[in-house]
Design a protein around this ligand. Sequence first.
Ligand code: ATP
Ligand code: MG
Length: 307
Amino acid sequence: FNINMEQLQLNEELGKGNYGTVKKVLHKPTNVAMAMKEIRLELDSAKLNAIIMELDILHRAVAPEIVEFYGAFFIESCVYYCMEYMDAGSLDKLQGAGVPEDVLSRIAASMVRGLKFLKDDLQIIHRDVKPTNVLVNKKGEIKLCDFGVSGQLEKSLAKTNIGCQSYMAPERIKGESQNNLGTYTVSSDVWSLGLSIIEIGLGQYPYPPETYSNVFAQLTAIVHGDPPELPDDRYSDEARHWVARCLAKKPEDRASYSELLEHPFLQSDRTRENVDMVGWVQKALEYRERKLAKEREAACNNHLQSA
Ligand code: ATP
Ligand code: MG
């Protein structure tokens, strides 16, 4: 079916990214809760139409590890993109309470299966693997979103802010500085996958801004330094080895998705049927709620003191 704005009831904001805002919406005709992303683009309607048509391929991206796509439309110079609402949000917001190894292994397995599906069935390279693009629901399901299907959309997104957290592989950082943009392969996604798993396990981005005085120093560390590792006090050698297979500095040395799926870190996941994903999501959400409440209280106290 075709979605349009008249059918939607707009609800609360779920988050903001570099290019737009994501809102929770209700699709009134079907009573389905959705997440709607608004991307502001200064383009003519022919280009916007091309983007909407390119996004249509997303209707074929149906897999348990992929956030479902419901449809897209444009109004004036904004593209609106409607997808499955994931009621526990993105992984970057759930990692604070700690992620036990069996849960981390489930997350890693879902991500690899999702990426492998995109590549094998749709010939799509994700290009933006990072914790904010890994979504979770209260059923404990882990799904990927925001993969690059539209060349036109990618070209149109103003790369104004590469952000203070780069998940780009070393060869991409080098390639971009040489103005060589055609070098993206699956192995660059494998690097971003490894880095995301470390961030989720560590509870923070592995090249923290406190350590690097500026973005240039951070990018230099990614290109020339040793790759980061999972902490050995919390994770097994198997888990650490798996991540190291993603974070080989040379793209040709990195593991393939099949190798990653057959690795003991994910194989033991398959036999461990009773990983309590639902319980973990619930705990992580409660932890986040408590943290937000404390922050609100602190902000309120500051406000009272300064008044
Ligand atoms: P970037 O702009 O670099 O992609 P981002 O992924 O954080 O960064 P958005 O994709 O715009 O930015 O998403 C903003 C936030 O909205 C996400 O961090 C996530 O928490 C939330 N979000 C996005 N999609 C959904 C969804 N389908 N269900 C629930 N929450 C979502
Ligand atoms: Mg995103």
